[in-house]
Design a protein around this ligand. Sequence first.
Ligand code: NAD
Length: 282
Amino acid sequence: MKVGIIGLGLIGGSIAKAIREKHSDAVIVVYNRSADPLKKALKDGIANQVTMECDEEFKDCDFIFLCTPVQTNITFLDKLAPFLSEKTILTDVGSTKVNIHEAVDKIVPDACFIGGHPMAGKEKSSYDNSSAKLLSGAYYFLTPSDNASDEDTDRLKELIRSMGCTPKIVEPENHDFIVGAISHIPHLAAYTLVKLVKDEDSSEEIMRETCAGGFKDITRVASSDPTMWEEICMANKDNLISLLDKYIDDLEEVRDALVKGDNEGLHNFFADIKEYRKSIVG
Ligand code: NAD
């Protein structure tokens, strides 16, 4: 099996490490724009070949994973086009799917493309923070294009399962709405909560100094890479605008209950949500 990885950061590195762990004889070819992670991947025995150009090394891959930020992944499609063969399944790990499917249809319409998105990650970027364990136990969305046969999808599913993930097939539009609600809005909530504290803190910064576990848990992802999140939000802006409208309505409901002194309304709001939160398993 020959696997190409474009972008050796947190997710590209974790995929390469998970494949190496489960498929010791796989040939893993890696592109990265900077040399440092490539040197480390060679030294770690994760990569067999490395390159700072998207070139012939990617010929005859069974799988190619695009692992750069969501808009940047698109810029690699025409560079890879000459090296996609009959057996190559082209996939990505980007957090949005409609934009990459539209670009693939335009730039490499004959490619066997299956969008992908592992529901695992963290706020820290880069190869240094990657690990095979990061993906283990995670759901992994797949969005097969019309060019991908059931057999192609099964090949990718098998690889994903071998990394310890559970594949979940969805339409690209549905994917973007789902992750808008469970990932993108929570990031916006985290960024804006930190902003609230930053704006309201005293000159002695007592809030910053004393904030405890709850605040740190809920805002952990506000340490994520701004460029990555700028690209994700812009690629999913229509869903995010309508989900934000709904979220603002919910905040208004809480505010109204406070203004009216509606203890019962506030209690019922919390009780309802607590029950649903309990149903979300670890
Ligand atoms: P990262 O910053 O750790 O890695 C990004 C990689 O892309 C690096 O190798 C970097 O060199 C490369 N890159 C960035 N800009 C580039 C450019 N202009 N040209 C060439 N290479 C460039 O980020 P990551 O967390 O691994 O995210 C990669 C992808 O994974 C993104 O599409 C993201 O949406 C998706 N994703 C991230 C998470 C997460 O929690 N971090 C989870 C699931 C999916």
